[in-house]
Write a protein that binds this ligand. Structure first.
Ligand SMILES: Nc1ncnc2c1ncn2[C@@H]1O[C@H](COP(=O)(O)OP(=O)(O)OP(=O)(O)O)[C@@H](O)[C@H]1O
Ligand SMILES: [Mg+2]
Length: 354
């Protein structure tokens, strides 16, 4: 089957099998790999195991170790810091299944973290275990696997609190049937939450106490960010089967530099202050701008990624809000971009689309 996007455990099945084969360290109950091997899967080993998350080893170790305890893991960070990405890979490596997923929104109903009913059966047969439709969390409990909750803080607080029993008692009462579903060993939960959403539905302290929080940082240096972007752009291009393009490192560097300077409010050399636009300009957005640019270069250009292929994407990412963002962008363009002799082509391309 040609799916548009494979789950991590499918895409990296070979690497996971390789790790499992040589893994002689102790595995927590219900885990497919030892914590050590999970960490190697996530960070790569410089050989056949490719790096997925690029960042501090200790951070990943803390995240993995947490999942081997009775506390759940909360990945916190600004948008685009790979919270979702890391959560998927952890679930794939630990449980072999990253699909037990609840997407948190303001409209997430309690059934999404507990259970619902198949109404046809419920009406025909009355409440029975067969008429019950388990949520991903309930299935994770039954199978002894990891459940994932995306954007935990966006869910209404009563829905969040429905998780407390699952996390503290490791059971889910089903009063309609007079029974409780109990978690098998291996069950735990990874939640992600966005720093910027704080206050939307602040976690209750009862729930917060059940989580260890790991904060994912934005890449520390430009070089690190260029590395992340280059790797992901290459992978994405391959999986989208974009025609072969020379993904010039110069363009990747340029996009990352523009994003970092606008984000941090100062130029790389520390000499010029610039204003920051309203958008986040995350690593993830840099990846999208470049992937879009490659599609342009491949289908409408000469197969070489050039300034003109990324300019429109950059302007689109920076100018989110037509009023003030446009002013911020104009100023950056005229005071920073224009002054860099090696950025002439880029300046011209931006002027055309700004
Ligand atoms: N440190 C990193 N290592 C590897 N990939 C990264 C890193 N930072 C960002 N990425 C890439 O950025 C993309 C977006 O990440 P992801 O969607 O997981 O972000 P997020 O933190 O969940 O954002 P949001 O808060 O918007 O949901 C992924 O494709 C991921 O590969
Ligand atoms: Mg996310």
């Amino acid at each position: 089957m040609t799916v548009l996007r494979a789950h991590a455990e499918e895409e990296f099945a070979e690497e996971l099998a390789l790790l499992a084969k040589d893994d002689d360290r102790p595995r927590p109950p219900g885990w497919l790999l030892s914590p050590w091997a999970v960490t190697t899967y996530v960070l790569g080993d410089g050989g056949r195991i490719t790096p997925k998350y690029v960042g501090a080893r200790r951070l990943v170790e803390v995240a993995v170790a947490t999942l081997a305890t009775d506390r759940a893991l909360l990945l916190l960070g600004v948008p685009g810091t790979a919270k979702t990405w890391l959560s998927e890979h952890l679930a794939a490596a630990i449980s072999g299944d990253s699909t037990l997923l609840v997407q948190g929104t303001a409209g997430t109903p309690e059934e999404a973290v507990r259970y619902g009913w198949n109404y046809a059966r419920l009406l025909a047969e009355g409440p029975s275990e067969q008429a019950l439709t388990p949520s991903p969390v309930m299935r994770a409990m039954a199978e002894g696997r990891l459940a994932r909750v995306e954007e935990l803080t966006r869910m209404p607080s009563d829905v969040q609190d429905a998780l407390i029993t699952a996390l503290s008692e490791k059971t889910l009462p089903i009063p309609e049937l007079g029974i409780e579903a109990r978690a098998r060993r291996g069950f735990n939960l990874i939640a992600t939450a966005n720093d910027r959403d704080r206050g939307v539905n602040e976690l209750s302290s009862a729930l917060r106490r059940r989580f260890n929080t790991v904060v994912l940082p934005v890449p520390a240096t430009a070089e690190e960010e260029v590395g992340i972007v280059a790797r992901r752009v290459e992978q994405l291009g391959r999986s989208l089967e974009l025609p072969e393009t020379v993904a010039a490192l110069t363009e990747i560097r340029r996009v990352v530099t523009v994003f970092r300077e606008l984000r941090e409010g100062v130029t790389e050399d520390g000499r010029t202050r610039v204003k920051s636009p309203s958008g986040t300009l995350s690593t993830a957005e840099a990846i999208s701008v470049l992937t879009g640019g490659i599609a342009l270069a491949a289908h409408f250009g000469d197969g070489v990624l050039r300034a003109g292929d990324v300019a429109a994407g950059i302007v689109g990412a920076v100018v989110r809000e037509p009023g003030s963002d446009r002013v911020v962008w104009r100023e950056y363009l005229e005071t920073v971009v224009r002054e860099r002799p090696e950025w002439r082509d880029f300046y011209r391309a931006c002027r055309e689309v700004s």
